[in-house]
Design a binder for this molecule. Structure first.
Ligand SMILES: *Cc1c(COP(=O)(O)O)cnc(C)c1O
Length: 377
């Protein structure tokens, strides 16, 4: 049976051949393959530098570090993300200031400016599900207040805004190559930037802060870590990025089928896509109406039992115990509601249109069944 996970990796023979070649080559740690993959990332996005890391989490840590984010800095970010977007801020002693989101799960740019204080250092938006945020408006705010914009684009490799690829737009952009992200190196991440100084520091922080001198001599000039990608991962990156556009086309085909099928659906709603942008369609979210939110667990379980690998993205970061203990109870109305209503349904490049039809039929069948029970208010 077809894999109907909400998202999945797509490994083909060329990926496997590349990995075997590396394994036989006698050179496994970061080297030429990683370098080539970094060049490919630059070519694909139009960014000047790409510095790979062993995960997007370490890439976020690197990016935040090199622009000086630290103790007491306030960073405006979104609660609808994977925890590491905020975690790496806390790791550096900075304070995540969560801004509420819009109905599409992206940061609400209209609410950002009122959160800015003299301590605000950066805005960190996330392109939720691959759908680009309102980056022009965010940049205008950042420029006015002289603060940085760092994009967590873990969902959005291959997305573009008005013809411009994500990765070359803000001060820094982070991608993830975790197994189920738009392309994979099994685990991996990268920071893209046009800033030479950041790039230099990112390379240092990734590799012990060391620079090579003559012969055996090297010098450690700043504090660093080992956040390097392996050659095996680098090879996967090279073969995968060649296929990225094909993957995105396929995911858009599945997503467009859903869009058409669900456009007049009264049982749940979907997220509208902006015509002038391309989205990686990393996720396909559906949103339950208020009268079904109390039944989300039942709906979710029944979808799972029917073979649909559904998932929920995301519990607002501030609702996690760690953050509640650290910052107290925070509650943003749209983010809270988004969490109550969101379900990500299967949408990936291994699915056929018949699979999508199966998913759509099942989804409607299950939700229809629960609609008659409803939630009491
Ligand atoms: C997956 C993800 C990350 C973390 O990526 P890793 O490569 O697993 O460390 C960070 N932010 C977002 C939005 C993600 O989806």
């Amino acid at each position: 049976m077809t894999n109907l996970s909400y998202s999945t990796q797509h490994i083909e023979q060329d990926d496997i051949d590349g990995v075997i070649e590396v394994l036989k080559s006698g050179y496994l740690a970061q080297g030429k393959k990683v370098e080539k993959f970094e060049k490919d990332l630059c070519d694909y996005t139009g960014s000047k530098h790409a510095i790979t890391f062993n995960s997007a989490t370490s890439a976020l840590f690197g990016a935040y570090s090199v622009c000086g984010i630290g103790e007491g800095d306030e960073i405006i970010t979104t609660p609808i993300s994977f925890v590491s977007t905020s975690n790496m801020l806390v790791e550096l002693g900075a304070i995540p200031i969560w801004c509420d989101v819009k109905l599409d799960g992206n940061i609400d740019e209209r609410l950002i400016e009122r959160l800015i204080t003299p301590k605000t250092k950066a805005i960190i938006p996330v392109h939720f599900a691959g759908k680009p945020v309102a980056i022009e408006k965010i940049h205008a705010i950042a420029k006015k207040h002289s603060i940085l914009v760092i994009e967590d684009a873990a969902h959005a490799l291959g997305s573009s805004i008005d013809g411009e690829k994500i990765g070359s737009i803000s001060d820094m952009t982070i991608f993830s190559f975790h197994a189920i992200k738009p392309i994979t190196t099994s685990e991996g991440g990268a920071v893209l930037t046009d800033n030479d100084e950041y790039a230099k520091k990112l390379r240092l922080i990734r590799s012990h802060g060391m620079v090579k001198k003559e012969f055996w001599n090297s010098d450690m000039i700043s504090l660093g870590y080992n956040f390097r990608l392996t050659e095996v991962a680098g090879s996967l990156g090279i073969t995968q990025i060649k296929k990225l556009d094909k993957f995105i086309e396929k995911r858009n085909e599945i997503a467009s089928y859903y869009d058409e099928r669900f456009k007049d659906e009264s049982l749940f709603s979907i997220i509208k896509i902006d015509e002038k942008n391309i989205t990686s369609r990393h996720l396909y979210p559906i949103l339950l109406p208020p009268e079904l939110q109390c039944l989300k667990e039942d709906v979710f379980k029944e979808l799972k039992d029917s073979g649909l690998g559904v998932q929920v993205h995301y519990k607002p970061i501030y609702q996690n115990s760690f953050y509640k203990e650290k910052f107290g109870n925070i509650s943003l109305p749209v983010a809270n509601d988004f969490y109550k209503s969101e379900i990500s349904i299967p949408c990936h490049q291994q699915m056929s249109l018949e699979d999508a039809e199966f998913v759509a039929n099942k989804l409607i069948e299950v939700i229809k069944k629960y609609r008659y029970t409803g939630c009491s208010f």
